[in-house]
Design a protein around this ligand. Structure first.
Ligand SMILES: [Zn+2]
Length: 273
């Protein structure tokens, strides 16, 4: 069984603040260590419970957070940013996708470091349903017929993922958000055990998650933070502007919609918040 792991950082054990996930800050070393911790727990369990091949996509920020020298053999890493499918690059061909150290969508209460792809997205919808990175990435994986079998992060993320992807999804919470940058956190020894149990359930628990599919065509909605960002997004061909900061785009399929969304956010990011 071939497992694909999209590995973010905000949802890792112990991580609660932006400084811990920002490469220009001293606390970043902690974020990297905990991202690796949760990933290793998942990867080792996946091999133990039936995975024959594991492809890990480093999915946070510059996407060079994981040190390949510290990962077990048998794992292949997709490293670096600028990938056409970003957080789900190279998902095609996998039997299951696991989203590790993920976080809740922008605007979620009591969710550690909630956001959607960048701090410039106020709200994102896919076919009229509010989605965060979990939902949008799951839809891209679903486009290639790959179901998401496991999502790990904080309590709010686990609720979001379950509500969207259904009961066949296994979720694993490693912390409970008390605010955007505060949480009740479990120790690594405890979360390693929880993650191992979750992987076993995902691979040997009789779960049959189905690919999460958007429509073809599909409708992507994006609200950015302010109207100046809106002016920048408005330059994208095919974009419909509904207000100063709310847009929609009708995409031929979710992959096209994902690429529009990322292009729109890149434009929004050129303007101040
Ligand atoms: Zn991230």
């Amino acid at each position: 069984m071939k497992i694909y792991v999209s590995c973010d950082m905000e949802g890792a054990t112990g991580v609660v603040r932006w400084e811990q996930v920002s490469a220009d800050k001293a606390d970043y070393a902690f974020g990297c260590a905990m991202q690796r911790h949760d990933l290793l727990a998942v990867v080792e369990a996946a091999f133990e419970f039936g995975a024959t091949e594991i492809l890990v996509n480093d999915s946070h920020a510059r996407m060079i957070n994981l040190d390949v020298r510290q990962l077990p053999k048998g794992v292949t890493v997709v490293s670096g940013a600028g990938k056409p499918l970003s957080m789900v690059e190279a998902v095609e061909g996998a039997d299951r996708a696991f989203f590790v150290a993920y976080h809740a969508m922008a605007g979620t209460a009591r969710a550690v470091l909630d956001h959607t792809m960048s701090g410039d997205a106020f709200e994102v919808t896919l076919d009229g349903i509010a989605v965060g990175e979990t939902g949008f990435n799951a839809a891209v994986a679903g486009h290639f017929g790959v179901p998401v079998g496991l999502v790990t992060g904080d309590e709010a993320l686990c609720r979001e993922a379950r509500a969207l992807l259904g009961d066949e999804l296994v979720v694993c919470s490693v912390k409970e958000g008390l605010g955007r940058q505060a949480a009740r956190v479990l120790t690594p020894e405890v979360t390693a055990q929880k993650l191992r149990t979750a992987v076993r359930e995902a691979l040997q628990g009789g779960k049959t998650p189905r690919p999460f599919r958007a429509g073809s065509p599909c409708q992507v909605g994006l609200t950015v933070l302010n109207s100046a960002q809106g002016d920048a997004v408005d330059n994208l061909p095919g974009t419909v502007r509904h207000s100063g900061r709310t847009f929609s785009f009708r995409a031929g399929d979710v992959v096209e919609g994902y690429r529009w969304f990322r292009a729109a956010l890149a434009l929004a990011g050129t303007v101040g918040r």
